[in-house]
Design a protein around this ligand. Sequence first.
Ligand code: ATP
Length: 244
Amino acid sequence: MNGDKLMEVIDLSVSYGPIQALKGVSLAINKGEIVALLGANGAGKTTLLQTISGLLKPTGGSIIYQGVNIAGMEAEKVVEKHLVHVPEHRQVFSTMTVLDNLYLGAYHHRKKSKMKNIEKNIGKVFDLFPILKDRKNQLGGTMSGGQQQMLAIARGVMAEPELLLLDEPSLGLAPLIAKDVLELVRNLRAEFGTTVLLIEQNVTASLKVADRGYVISHGEIVKSGSSKELLNDPEVKEAYLGHT
Ligand code: ATP
């Protein structure tokens, strides 16, 4: 990995009371990469994403993002740095229209972005997610699961992410729709140059989308490699690929 480093997590530890969920995690992401974070239930994947985005405070270690240590920074400040987290369970605002959900995504940049910028981003989002354009006046809660997931990602895109943290974007979706959602990740990079850290239950599908991956187990990174290496790794195959 020789590129331009966008984020480096160094020796990061996080605890929930007596439970140490992350035990000295280190990893790095280059600008423009798509990196998958793999691991069993309870391994610490969501905890890592929540700590990077400022929702959880670490007990130790650093998160160097664009040269600044953001470990422990308020979530609101983190998103202003264009580090955007799309959490698990697609939390769209169900009683608001698709368009209003998208405007809310731009909320953090309301002071800096001129209205013109926001409108331009809405245009780009509609190019990338045509279904959202067709349904812009529909209430979020009346969309299908796959459409809501797209809306959740699109809302994240409105915050102009440099680094997008995606937690299980295909959770609960039918396989074909899940594939569409994952392909969108590549389109996002192609269109906006977005760097992505992706948690995905479907390990094979996520490694097909990602350039590289890390495997986390019991709060520690136990393996890393290119997607090809991980797809062919006997331990990864045994532990994760049999179940996808
Ligand atoms: P999953 O795929 O099931 O979401 P994960 O890899 O994202 O798993 P985390 O949710 O980060 O794992 O959980 C890591 C560890 O921290 C687990 O042991 C979990 O039980 C524990 N944990 C997570 N959230 C809390 C919490 N709010 N309070 C106490 N312990 C928690």
